[in-house]
Design a protein around this ligand. Structure first.
Ligand SMILES: C[S@@+](CC[C@H](N)C(=O)[O-])C[C@H]1O[C@@H](n2cnc3c(N)ncnc32)[C@H](O)[C@@H]1O
Length: 215
């Protein structure tokens, strides 16, 4: 059965208000009303849109809010592909975040239809906590990344609020998963990831790592 959160992601009205109304408030919520998550996000966005000829995969791209931003920086044959399983989110992406070097595809993040070793950068932001079986998505990220490629994840982590009694269970009923501190990094380590860097900000975590260059 679909969780309330999954139903929301398939709602056409929600897909329209997500980028401007929901995402900024939700981002702020991860740092309990402070600016730390928004600050990290700003720096990450600047890095992701740096000029260059890269192949980038944006998993669970939603309405393409990062996809388009990345596309703007790409040069030469650089391309970004945004994938998501919600048709309304993808329709909004095409309507509002089209760009020359961006394309969108309807895909389940558990079965990404690209060959091994295809992308310089693979990102999955604000999505793993909505996916009922999220860790195999990390396996897919690692598989499609090129040797030496960068993986970037933003997701939840057990913080001051979610560790209060009952909060995690309630969140789970809504379809929102709270990860233990070492769950994401542990899986990436098991996959052989190198240079794992985890930044914890209250209820959120950014994890960056690289696929081994010899892989
Ligand atoms: C909250 S939005 C995140 C959008 C964007 N990445 C961002 O950072 O703002 C989460 C997205 O994950 C997508 N999603 C959830 N489960 C998925 C799955 N199994 N495969 C592909 N996309 C999925 C939803 O449809 C939704 O568009």
């Amino acid at each position: 059965m679909e969780s309330p959160a999954t139903r929301l992601m398939r709602n056409p009205v929600f897909s329209r208000i997500y980028q401007k109304a929901w995402r900024p408030i939700f981002t702020r919520g991860f740092s309990l009303g402070g600016h730390a998550t928004a600050d990290y996000d700003k720096a990450l966005r600047a890095y992701l849109c740096r000029p260059g000829e890269r192949m980038v995969l944006d998993i669970a791209c939603g309405p393409g809010n990062y996809t388009r931003h990345i596309a703007v920086g790409l040069t030469g044959d650089g391309q970004v592909v945004g994938v998501d399983y919600s048709a309304p989110m993808l329709a909004t992406a095409v309507a509002t975040n089209s760009a020359g070097r961006a394309s969108y595809l309807r895909v389940d993040a558990h079965a990404i239809p690209f060959s091994d070793n295809s992308f310089d950068e693979v990102i999955c932001l604000a999505a793993l906590y909505l996916i009922p079986d999220p860790l195999p998505v990390l396996d897919e990220m690692m598989r499609v990344a090129l040797p030496g490629g960068l993986l970037v994840v933003f997701t939840s982590v057990a913080g001051p609020i979610s560790t209060l009694p009952g909060v995690r269970t309630l969140a789970g009923i809504g379809g929102y998963r709270v990860f233990d501190r070492d769950e994401i990094t542990g899986r990436l380590r098991d996959l052989g990831a190198e240079h794992i860097e985890q930044t914890l900000i209250d209820e959120g975590q950014y994890v960056l790592c690289r696929k081994p260059s010899g892989a």
